[in-house]
Design a protein. Sequence first.
Length: 312
Amino acid sequence: MEYVTLGRTGLRASVAGLGGGGPSRLGLKTGRSETEIISLARQAIDSGVNLIDTAEVYGTEEVIGKALRNVPRHRILISAKKLPPLDHRDPAAELKRGLEETLRRLKTDYVDIYHLHSVRPEKYAGVRAKLVPALLEMRQEGKLRFLGITENFREDFGHEMLQLALEDDWWDVTMVGFNILNQSARTRVLPKTRAKNLGVMVMFAVRRALSQPERLRRVWEELARKGLVDPDVREGEGPLDFLVKEAGASSIPDAAYRFCRHEPGVHVVLTGTGNPDHLRENLDSLLKPPLPDAATRRLKEIFANVDCISGD
Ligand SMILES: NC(=O)c1ccc[n+]([C@@H]2O[C@H](COP(=O)([O-])OP(=O)(O)OC[C@H]3O[C@@H](n4cnc5c(N)ncnc54)[C@H](OP(=O)(O)O)[C@@H]3O)[C@@H](O)[C@H]2O)c1
């Protein structure tokens, strides 16, 4: 495994982080047993992964707590999240209650990073006014070490919320959507996170469009219809086949993880799966060298105008 410093937190994090959410939720959503999920998490840890991401809404905190039972706490970085409870009658109290419950399920006294989860742009003003003070108090109490914020990339493809959040100085870490198909974070988010030295975790490196050829074809057709990509692909070929045929990638997910991993300003790329073979392949990909320059350049050119999809 390779390790990087997660921006101003100073934490040393593995370049690959285990994602406890996404479509598979470590296998919770794909029919895996608790024993299999624990074994998958242990496989990641045994491979050197030291950062694990989860959230109140994923339902994976408890099983992650079990997987971490015999691991010295200081060897693992836990990234946890809660949707901003702004509709609650006392949002700050609800946030505090949420973290207490998360700690109980994870069987720990603190989380390393506590994010407000999937914050929509129109909620950001409420987050600042009602939730940041509670986060700062919880940090003072030692229940969280660093403050984080994540966007709702499924809808906020152009990073509107993060444009607001990055004007403030509370956030130590952010989780941003970035992948081959929507690279808009390169110009809209990463220059600011680099200037402020925030820790950056990437989500959506691989979702459906980059793991299912049929889904990629449909996304490509949609982008071509909108005039955002040049539709001229050779008959019978997929738009990203060149990554395997010419650029030496072992698969499109392999290319997709490597593309994110080597983007300047990105620290950790999250990978979530319920499949031990995928986990092994993805960790291998994240440790491989960058794609050849020509392939990276071509991907930047093809998708230069795309900021309206998440790649799911
Ligand atoms: N707003 C937010 O804060 C937010 C939103 C989304 C995600 N997240 C976090 O970020 C993590 C990463 O999320 P993500 O969006 O990148 O999705 P993900 O959780 O990494 O899920 C990736 C999906 O692609 C499939 N996959 C993975 N490797 C594959 C491979 N080698 N070949 C074929 N299929 C493969 C997996 O299915 P299999 O199980 O079949 O492998 C899985 O369904 C999440 O787990 C979660 O912790 C946060």
